[in-house]
Design a protein around this ligand. Structure first.
Ligand SMILES: *[C@@H]1O[C@H](CO)[C@@H](O)[C@H](O)[C@H]1NC(C)=O
Length: 448
């Protein structure tokens, strides 16, 4: 066993080193060229080189994953089914898991608004202020990057109602290519890093709700976070509460049941609550760019989940952004914003704790009769009620997701809004679980 594990480890080390060398070589070359007109061409060519090299390396990586997966399965058996962090662990091992106990369930929950150069941040702030039940419990901190005057004036116009802080470092960030799009991602990661340190280090808050300047919040946005906060404190297998359903398009959610909540293994972002503990953990290794996909990697997620609603408690109204133009037009703008206040704080949400949820959710999903995608599309066998569509491979997941209108992309092997591989949504007004076989043992990070 030990021998196999060290073999795998060496494989990974060699792979990483090889990649680092190649990327270092490819990325440092253009910088040695002076500023000729041909620089761009050269950069594109090198990027293509790097891409095909990466493509080639991906096969190797997949092999390594397959081996390590095989080994992990033999060693851990049902690791994902019974993670060590489950709430039922014995007192002796529970100690490191009770790390949130020093945070009070009444702790202040500041809303951190990440702003840049969109003066439409007004829409975000107006709704936050309109629905906020208590200024003391939910102070609003707007962190502005980009030094945009008009946006700064809009934020300043709220006076004492909000706190306005400005990211001081507006310098360009040296990036591997001079691609503008790329630079934007670096600046966002730098801004998040700075803003979250302000909230957790400078202001010493114990938790925070992060939103971006193009998000509009629902009437029960605060109610939702207030109610889910104690869950986050109590269940160490949770690492966030999110307001967002990635499959939250109008016709795909049960608008009559806005009280429905789920666990998800996919980090949704877009209005999310985190604890200072998590920031302590992430800050030392915070990435230079693409922070959200970085969070979705197994090294960061560590098997933890988020709570997410059936009907989103945020919607995005901003088309303008680093990456969101096309994504917004095709997807984001169709997400339904909940419009009915649900008194979450009056409800018992303990069913969302891992042990209870895993049992009941699994039972529910695998008790549902299986149906083929074509039968669903043909609206057949309506008498069955809730049904399950089973996928077994990456390709079948993608094909079925596409056919049923579900987001078909995977990050580190996890489908959007998925929990234990299961995606729950409405299709032609009936509940569908797109699910792997019931003996599923874990995500395959090579599924992308
Ligand atoms: C500003 O950001 C750049 C790029 O991240 C960094 O290299 C530089 O040290 C920063 N400057 C200050 C004053 O923090």
């Amino acid at each position: 066993m030990l021998k196999k594990s060290s073999l795998v480890l060496w494989g990974v080390v060699l792979f990483v080193a090889w990649n680092a060398l190649i990327l270092f070589f490819l990325w440092t070359r253009p910088q040695s060229l002076s500023d000729h007109g041909r620089l761009t061409e050269e950069v594109i060519r090198l990027a293509q080189d790097a891409e095909s090299e990466l493509e080639h390396q991906k096969d190797l990586l997949q092999q390594i994953y397959r081996y390590s997966d095989l080994w992990r399965r033999r060693k851990a058996g049902e690791a994902e089914l019974h993670p060590p962090a489950a709430a039922s662990v014995q007192p002796s091992t529970a100690a490191p898991l009770s790390r949130h106990s020093q945070i009070s369930p009444d702790a202040v929950l500041p809303v951190l608004v990440i702003a840049c150069d969109r003066s439409t941040v007004r829409r975000c702030l107006d709704k936050l202020l309109h629905y906020r039940p208590s200024p003391e419990r939910f102070p609003i901190i707007v962190s502005q990057d980009c030094g945009h005057d008009e946006t700064a004036r809009v934020i300043a116009s709220y006076g004492d109602a909000i706190m306005h802080i400005k990211q001081p470092n507006l310098s360009d960030i040296p990036v591997p290519t001079d691609h503008r799009k790329f630079q934007g991602y670096y600046k966002i990661a730098r801004h998040y890093h700075w803003a979250l340190s302000q909230v957790f280090r400078t202001f010493q808050h114990q938790a925070a709700i992060v939103v971006e300047d193009d998000l509009e919040v629902a009437p029960d946005f605060f109610e939702y976070f207030q109610a889910a906060f104690p869950l986050l404190l109590a269940d160490p297998t949770l690492w966030c509460v999110s307001a967002w359903n990635d499959n939250g398009k109008e016709q795909m959610v049960d608008a009559a049941h806005p009280d429905l909540l789920y666990r998800t293994d996919f980090f949704p972002g877009l209005g999310w609550l985190l604890l200072s503990d998590l920031w302590n953990e992430l800050e030392p290794k915070w990435p230079k760019a693409f922070w959200d996909d970085w969070m979705r990697q197994p090294e960061q997620r560590q098997g933890r989940s988020c709570i997410r609603p059936e009907v989103s408690r945020t919607m995005t109204f901003g088309r303008k952004g680093v990456s969101h133009g096309q994504f917004f037009d095709q997807h984001l703008k169709f997400i339904k914003l909940n419009d009915r206040f649900v008194p979450f704080t009056q409800m018992d949400l303990s069913y969302l704790k891992k042990n209870e949820y895993d049992r009941s959710f699994r039972d529910q999903v695998y008790a549902a009769p299986e149906l083929r995608v074509e039968e669903l599309q043909g609206n057949q066998r309506r008498e069955l009620g809730t049904v399950r569509v089973q996928y077994t491979t990456r390709d079948s997941f993608k094909a079925f997701a596409k056919a049923l209108g579900v987001m078909d992309d995977l990050k580190s092997g996890v489908p959007r809004a998925g929990y234990r591989g299961i995606v729950s949504f409405l299709y032609r007004s009936r509940r569908v679980y797109l699910a792997p076989p019931s003996d599923w043992i874990g995500y395959d990070p090579s599924w992308s």
